[in-house]
Design a protein around this ligand. Structure first.
Ligand SMILES: NC(=O)c1ccc[n+]([C@@H]2O[C@H](COP(=O)([O-])OP(=O)(O)OC[C@H]3O[C@@H](n4cnc5c(N)ncnc54)[C@H](OP(=O)(O)O)[C@@H]3O)[C@@H](O)[C@H]2O)c1
Length: 293
């Protein structure tokens, strides 16, 4: 398949591009800068210059592809306004890509997050949250999946809180960055809340399987570790950086504070069984040992 990929130069997207190219597909990567275009071309992709805000470019990319994987997101958590703007930009992009594919059997794989359900491990059958600071992302993906009834072959890969590679990435990566800045390896509350995780190279395999195999309107969990207690994550980070490990106020994490405080383990039993996906790369706690002081 010739696959149009947004976010193909990111932590996860670069793994997805390599996974696609290694399995007989070709890639057209959205690139918003010269540096991103060079990186995507060095990886073996063709490039289409433009950003998520260039809806005509997104439609043109989708029009010339056999399938689309959307991963790009501004990932700006610096303030509630910045996050809302990133969510709005992505929502418009998903709608534009989706409309371009309506009525075709070309697959559209979007990125989503694993849901949290009070008192139990979430599964693929649970809906994603559509309220809260990133609720708009849930609404955009839910709308995309709903359009399966209009003949669009859309699926969602739901990612856990940390998608990591070489100790970097996701919520655990943010804890590391904050620890470096504040000289404390912190966690909110008592740190007993659990976050699920996956290695980026394992997540990339699931994006390919969703593209190739998943029925329209379905959502899948790229979860390798069901849930690590956040204080255990902070403990490895603190040991690697030689810093004290302590509970810190939720506000330390800005708009993500309330999400950081939630116990949110997630299962991938159905994904493994239905798509034959089996994670093979190091767990989060092992991968964090790659952090350099
Ligand atoms: N990493 C995680 O733990 C995790 C967990 C859950 C969900 N996710 C989601 O997974 C997706 C990929 O995450 P990631 O960790 O790979 O992110 P990342 O490393 O920050 O990469 C983001 C990618 O999006 C591109 N991008 C950002 N804003 C763009 C814009 N306005 N126009 C065009 N391209 C743009 C970037 O391009 P440049 O090369 O030009 O910067 C880069 O390729 C995101 O939707 C993220 O929210 C990630």
């Amino acid at each position: 398949m010739h696959v149009f990929v947004s976010g193909g130069t990111g932590l996860i997207g670069s793994a997805v591009v390599a996974e696609l190219l290694g399995n007989g597909h070709t890639v057209l990567a959205l690139a918003r800068s010269e540096a991103s275009a060079l990186a995507a071309e060095a990886a073996g992709a063709e490039t289409l210059r433009g950003s998520l805000a260039d809806l005509d470019t997104l439609r043109a990319g989708a029009a010339q592809a056999d399938g689309v994987i959307h991963l790009a997101f501004a990932n700006d958590f610096s303030s509630a306004d910045a996050l809302a703007q990133a969510v709005a930009e992505e929502s418009a992009a998903i709608a534009a890509l989706g409309e371009e594919l309506v009525g075709s059997d070309r697959p559209f794989v979007t990125v989503s997050g694993t849901p949290y359900v009070p008192g139990r491990v979430s599964t693929e059958a649970d809906p994603v949250p559509t309220a809260g600071p990133v609720g708009g992302r849930g609404r955009a993906v839910t709308a995309a999946l709903g359009l399966a009834s209009r003949g669009r072959d859309s699926t969602a890969v739901r990612l856990p809180r940390t998608v990591h590679n070489e100790g970097n990435g996701g919520f655990a990566g943010m804890l590391t960055q904050i620890a470096r800045r504040t000289s404390v390896s912190g966690y909110p509350g008592d740190g007993a809340q659990r976050w699920p995780a996956v290695h980026a190279l394992d997540a990339a395999v699931l994006f390919r399987l969703a593209l190739e195999l998943a029925p329209a309107g379905t959502a899948w969990h790229a979860v390798a570790d069901e849930g690590d207690a956040v204080r255990d994550i902070a403990a490895v980070i603190g040991r690697r950086l030689g810093l004290p490990v302590e509970s810190v106020p939720e506000e330390t994490y800005g708009p993500l504070g309330p999400i950081f405080a939630i116990d949110q383990p997630a299962s991938s039993a159905r994904t493994r069984e239905a798509l034959g996906w089996e994670p093979a790369h190091p767990s989060l706690l092992k991968d964090l040992e790659n952090i350099e002081p």
